[in-house]
Design a binder for this molecule. Structure first.
Ligand code: ASP
Length: 438
């Protein structure tokens, strides 16, 4: 059995619903379908979830939201009409509308986008609609109660072998609804896949897989055919927009292959994500790199002290101060008499002066220098491990292009090499590396 999750762009209107039905019915093992709320039909359109957040803001300030609601309702009416659904959509719309005015929480309101879409999709496919409130359980801190969630879905599956599940939300222990952060239907799909030990989890979207680089930076980047979970974690942490961050954990733990597929081009192979790959395909044999990504706007704080290495508590004392300010230190490059903290500039905006004053007072360094405007660019690839020459190629390529590298870091599992460059060189760095490795 396969879990298939469709994102908002695949469910934006009646026409895309029809495409989804073709995909689901083309494979009889696609028995569990997870849906997002309707997304954008074109670039200037609105996502239904965004409109629901706006409804909540209107309600909060007691401003009429009739126009926005009409917009939302018309989206579902169009889907029902185009797909010829007999279901009484007006009844569900009235119920949701009435629920919104009865002191509903923001999570109650924004979850309705998925709820209504799942009701329509269930009727369209002839599958059972199973409300996420019946099986996806959160703890009060917002973390998923895996055991309870998996058990509940297994029980429901025993009664309903073909289900449509709304993504994005579940319930807290007291029965109130709770939503994941944005894009959370990806996580719902992963939880369903893990609960039911699915053969695979197919995540259907509007691109034919994960791209080797950001298409806003590199023209027409190649699609990655196969990527490991670790590589994907590196790419998404370093800025690539792939799947919701939490998607990986449930499927990875259960060792379920995850596919990214394109609803508009269902025959494209897409990207396969797994824990490991035993072999290499032709493309992988010729290329060490899986992807290139990066993030802008970092600061490097360099702390110097002569004979720093003799003072064995020095680094710890500095890090205790960054901890006090709740700062994530991304990298700590070091030399004999100095080391640097690489921290997002935004995170330092309210505390930089206090942080420096504390380090000065408590650690007594010789100097502290701050350099802003740094970008971190990551080259990621599992095949770099043990392959000589990859870092040499990165440095040579950037050197030839006249790009100055401010910082270098390689994780010891050798699946990533990160370089720090000036923000002004960010785009050129990614383009140059992409061109030299493809
Ligand atoms: N509809 C929600 C959002 O727009 C959740 C999702 O689509 O995954 O963020």
């Amino acid at each position: 059995m396969k879990i298939v999750k469709f994102g908002g762009s695949s469910l934006a209107c009646g026409e895309t619903f029809q495409r989804v039905k073709e995909i689901v019915t083309a494979d009889p093992t696609r028995t569990i379908v997870v849906v997002s709320a309707p997304g954008k039909r074109h670039s200037s359109d609105n996502k239904v979830t965004d409109l629901l957040y706006v409804c909540h803001a209107h309600l909060r300030y007691k401003v009429s939201f009739d126009d926005i609601w009409d917009d939302i309702a018309s989206r579902y009416r169009e889907i029902a009409a185009t797909c010829g659904l007999s279901n009484n959509i007006e009844k569900y719309l009235d119920e949701v509308r009435a629920g919104m005015t009865r002191s509903a929480s923001v999570d109650d309101i924004v979850s309705r986008g998925e709820y209504l879409n799942a009701i329509l999709m269930a009727e369209y496919l002839g599958y059972e609609f199973v409300d996420a409130a019946r099986w996806l359980h959160f703890d009060y801190d917002g973390s998923v109660d895996y055991e309870k969630t998996y058990e509940s879905l297994r029980e429901l599956h025993a009664t309903y072998p073909r289900m449509v599940l709304p993504g994005f939300y579940g319930t807290l222990p007291d029965g109130r609804l709770h939503v994941f952060s944005r894009g959370g239907s990806d996580v719902t799909g992963a939880l369903a896949a893990a609960a039911l030990s699915a053969e695979s989890y197919e995540n259907w979207t509007d691109v034919s897989g994960i791209m080797m680089a950001d298409p806003k930076i590199v023209e027409n980047p190649k699609i990655i055919s196969r990527i490991t979970f670790s590589e994907m974690r590196e790419l998404s942490y370093m800025g690539a927009e792939v799947l919701h961050q939490e998607t990986v954990f449930p499927v990875r733990q259960a060792n379920i292959p995850l596919y990214i597929k394109n609803t508009k081009a269902p025959d494209d192979p897409g990207t396969l994500i797994m824990e490991t790959f035993e072999d290499e395909n032709d493309e992988e044999r010729t290329r060490f790199i899986t992807g290139i990504t990066g993030k802008k706007h970092y600061s490097i704080i360099t702390i110097s002290k002569t004979s720093m290495t003799d003072d064995i508590s020095f680094v710890r004392r500095v890090l205790e101060i960054t901890e006090k300010y709740n700062l994530t230190v991304e990298h700590i490059p070091s030399s004999v008499d100095s080391f640097s903290l690489v921290i997002a500039t935004k995170a330092l905006s309210n505390c930089l002066h206090a942080l420096i004053a504390d380090i000065q007072a408590e650690c007594n360094p010789d100097s502290i220098r701050v350099c802003d405007g740094i970008s971190l660019v990551a080259v990621v690839g599992r095949r770099m491990a043990g392959a000589p020459g990859v870092s040499g190629k990165i440095f040579a390529t950037l050197g030839e292009r006249g790009i100055n590298i401010r910082m270098v870091e390689q994780g010891s599992d050798e699946i990533n090499i990160i370089v720090g460059v000036q923000d002004a060189d960010f785009t050129t760095t990614i383009q140059t590396l992409y061109n030299s490795f493809t």
